[in-house]
Design a protein around this ligand. Structure first.
Ligand code: PLP
Length: 367
């Protein structure tokens, strides 16, 4: 048990300014994947095990919640409002960890194709007591959210704490600034060489933005290979640049200068070719890579995010681009089984608008 996090031990004044509560088991392990690395002829291959970031429900979103829920609690909010796709890992994690802080959770969701993990995350959210709502498009979701807020004064309920999709507010992103500093500590301790490349999935962009800022603070020029897994309108170069700018502003000029922004962005390589055309769709190439990881490593990848980051990594290795490289796959997907969190909750406990997800039995390649 460490009593502070690398971000605060390095910048003690941030500890006074940024809300934080411990929900995770940090640092997460860094693990060599020697067998697979040899097979793929990569100089060195490692996994950063954020899939085990917390007991019960891990993955990258819990790190963000350490800051976001602390902020909500500090501001005396009773409820949090989150956005995402129906199977959102963030909505599920927020419901779960929010409940433990006594916070109600309202999840405003967009439709996606049905799959096992979508059904499971819906049930996890419901089991944690979240209110789930779905609207067919972003504008209609926004209208519904505003309508919900407009009702609050009449029902005597205070406004909830708003969290953008994926928890990628500048405050949530600080979690991955911290995660990069955590990695820097592991490099310093000799657990892993300085990586040439870090492969990671990019959705709401907070993980990539935070890692890039944190690597810069640590004086590491490792390249962040950001594998886009959502439509471009949700993850554009401009959006990423804007988010990094807002994170720099939040950290303040005594931590990082505004002038560092081009250099930070210059270390990110956005990859477009593994998305597969539709959020949540698992291309055949990704299914094969997931099987390969299951056979050769202890990692269980998901087809929406981490499997696509791994697909980019394997494709680059096969092109011969990684022969002399030290490579980290940042594993962002929760690896703990969800059934214990779901318990006896079933589709009958969900609002009718979610029943369709349970009509067709589609099986994910991973789970
Ligand atoms: C949300 C998510 C990501 C992407 O993180 P962002 O910060 O939203 O870009 C990656 N992997 C998994 C499993 C996720 O749930």
């Amino acid at each position: 048990m460490v009593d502070t996090i690398p971000l605060f031990s390095r910048y003690p004044r941030l500890a006074d300014r940024l809300p934080y509560m411990s929900l995770c088991e940090l640092p997460t392990a860094i693990e060599p994947l020697a067998g697979l690395g040899q097979l793929l002829q990569i100089g060195g291959l490692y996994a950063k095990r954020d899939d085990r970031s917390a007991a019960g429900y891990g993955g990258n979103k819990v790190r963000k919640l350490e800051f976001l829920l602390a902020d909500a609690v500090q501001k005396n909010r009773r409820e949090v409002l989150t956005f995402g796709f129906a199977g959102s890992n963030f909505a599920a994690a927020t419901a779960l960890y929010g409940r433990r802080q006594g916070l109600d959770c309202l999840s405003m969701l967009l439709p996606q194709s049905p799959s096992d993990y979508v059904r499971s995350n819906l049930l996890v959210g419901r089991a944690a007591g979240a209110t789930l709502m779905q609207s067919p498009s972003v504008p209609r979701l926004a209208v519904r959210a505003l309508w919900q807020m407009a009702q609050r004064p009449f029902s005597g309920r205070p406004l909830p704490y708003w969290i953008p999709a994926g928890g990628s507010s500048p405050l949530g992103v600080c979690a991955y600034v911290n995660a990069a500093l955590e990695l820097a500590g592991q490099i310093e301790a000799g657990e892993v060489p300085v990586p040439d490349r870090i492969y990671v999935a990019m959705g709401s962009m907070g993980t990539v933005a935070g890692l890039a800022v944190g690597l810069h603070l640590a004086g590491l020029d490792s390249r962040v290979v950001a594998v886009r897994v959502v439509e471009k309108r949700f993850a554009s170069a401009r959006g990423l640049s804007d988010l990094i700018g807002r994170v720099i502003d939040l950290l303040g000029s005594d931590v990082v200068s505004r002038g560092a922004k081009p250099q930070i962005i210059g270390n990110i390589e956005v990859r477009e070719e593994y998305f597969g055309g539709e959020y949540g769709h698992v291309p055949a190439e990704t299914a094969i890579v997931m099987e390969q990881f299951a056979a050769e490593t202890a990692l269980r990848l998901d087809g929406t995010y981490s499997g696509k980051a791994a697909t980019a990594l394997v494709a680059d290795a096969k092109k011969g681009a990684l022969g002399d490289q030290q490579v980290i796959l940042w594993h962002t997907f929760n690896c703990h089984p969800l059934q214990p969190l779901i318990g006896s909750i079933t589709v009958r406990d969900l609002p009718a608008e979610f029943r369709d997800y349970f009509q067709t039995q589609v099986t994910d390649p991973s789970i």
